[in-house]
Design a binder for this molecule. Sequence first.
Ligand SMILES: [Fe+2]
Length: 267
Amino acid sequence: MDISDILYTPISTSPYPADFNVNELRQWAADVYPQWEKYPLHLPQSDGGFMDLKKPDFVNNMQEHYGENYAWDVTRGMTKGKYQNDFDKLFPNFIEWICSTYELQPEDLYGFLFISMRPDPVREQWHEDHDSFGYRFYLDLPDGDDNPLMLWPTKKKYETNIDLRKDILGIDPNVMDGNYAYAKKFVTESICQKEKVKAPYPKNLTAYHLNNSSTLHSVQWNKPHPKRLTGFVEVKENTPGMKEKHIDFIKRCAEKYNDYVVRWSND
Ligand SMILES: [Fe+2]
């Protein structure tokens, strides 16, 4: 099995620690990032963008780049290897859950972030993310068993997301902001296959892997997902041995959840 063929696999359906309360996490996020209260305070900028007056510096800069078109609210529990806003003191068992779920040691973590959808996104945003391990989790399951995560496989199979980005940039040099590639329609038409795929969803799914090299992803756009709360784990991918561990790990997950795996194919 070549894991570059795996576009998506569940990683775990393990429950969160018994004392973990997602509402406490939402409250923490709202405290450190008041935009989560859904009452953003924005100042229009001369370049047409927006300055978010409440946003702490460590929160990503996507909203400034995309203004109100950016669909997500993002806040971080760890950035560049450092915990943020007492996350480690408030939610130690959740950090243990991350480590045991992804078979990591605390020192392997580079960051983790939480993402909720803004109430009024204006359009679909097909993109790939910056990390190559693609470790994601759901904190709040959206819409019962209806997973709104959509994948759009690329025509070519890429070994790394750097290779994919080269092709995207070749078509649209303005697509990138920092590490985020948001592909416009003429880009997706050129690099993606005909069919989009809905990510299958085992009961009680908590964690999953997303390939950022040979697929773009987005969220089903025809209905709002106000409660959907996803997380994103960044790993020190360049630590010696880490890549091999990751490959072995994803292979075992794909075997375990074989019925739910989305694979790349060129038909
Ligand atoms: Fe993403």
